[in-house]
Write a protein that binds this ligand. Structure first.
Ligand SMILES: [Ca+2]
Ligand SMILES: [Ca+2]
Ligand SMILES: [Ca+2]
Ligand SMILES: [Ca+2]
Length: 244
């Protein structure tokens, strides 16, 4: 896991009340920090993608410590057996921050995540989806998230980020490094991949139109593959439909 750190956008003085304040004050302070951090990374800029993802990943981890209140719900078909989509507000501003797909009200599920509207047009354009728990070195359990991004705000996902690169092939995740897949011409099909994080910026090897992703779950993906981004777009469509 990337260690949580306060970025330059977040005044250190604001950190202090979190230690001593009440739960409500904590929430207020958190909301201010979150707003500043998200404003800093909005709208999406491709050259700041790694920093933006790190910021969103961390705020997604933090927001879940504040209990959510369901603010919208609806029926979807994205996950078989999980038709109920609930959107919840965690920071008390009335705007939904998390989503969860359930089999029925209160039903157990692993399909959940967080969503963001970086260009403030009322449509979610960045969706974080829980992957689960992965093993990192040295024998460390990591909670990992996928990210999917609509970078040109046309309503369709065009970037997909995997959190589980295994660059040395030992079966453990390289903590802090992410495998990015890009649809650069916005036709819905993946064009290339890149490893990013921990100072690393490296194109994924590609031979005969097979991109070597080298991730624990997905080893390779074909140039032109569409399912991954279709899944990302489905999440966005569901969230935008239910959130309206
Ligand atoms: Ca909220
Ligand atoms: Ca948007
Ligand atoms: Ca797009
Ligand atoms: Ca493409």
């Amino acid at each position: 896991m990337i260690a949580w750190k306060w970025t330059t956008a977040l005044p250190v003085a604001l950190l202090l009340p979190m230690v001593v304040a009440t739960a409500d004050d904590n929430l207020d302070v958190f909301r201010v920090h979150r707003e500043l951090a998200l404003a800093d990374v909005s709208p999406f800029q491709i050259e700041r993608r790694a920093y933006t993802m790190e910021t969103i990943d961390e705020f997604s981890r933090l927001v879940r410590f504040f209990p959510g209140k369901v603010v919208a719900s609806g029926q979807t078909e994205t996950f078989e057996g999980y038709p109920l989509l609930e959107l919840s507000d965690h920071d008390g501003d009335g705007v939904a921050d998390s989503y969860i797909y359930r089999p029925e009200p209160g039903g157990d599920t692993q399909h959940f995540g967080w969503m963001y509207d970086l260009n403030q047009d009322g449509r979610y354009d960045w969706v974080v989806f829980s992957q689960g728990t992965m093993l990192a070195k040295p024998f460390k359990l990591l909670i990992t998230y996928y990210h999917t991004i609509d970078s040109n705000y046309d309503g369709k996902a065009d970037i997909w980020v995997n959190p589980d690169p295994d660059l040395d092939g030992d079966g453990a995740v390289e903590e802090g490094v992410f495998a990015w897949l890009y649809d650069e011409d916005f036709d819905g099909a993946i064009d290339r991949g890149e490893f990013l994080g921990m100072g690393l910026s490296k194109a994924m090897p590609c031979e005969d139109d097979v991109i070597a992703m080298g991730c624990v779950i997905t080893k390779e993906i074909k140039v032109g593959e569409t399912h991954t981004l279709e899944f990302g777009s489905s999440l966005m469509n569901d969230l935008n439909a239910v959130g309206d």
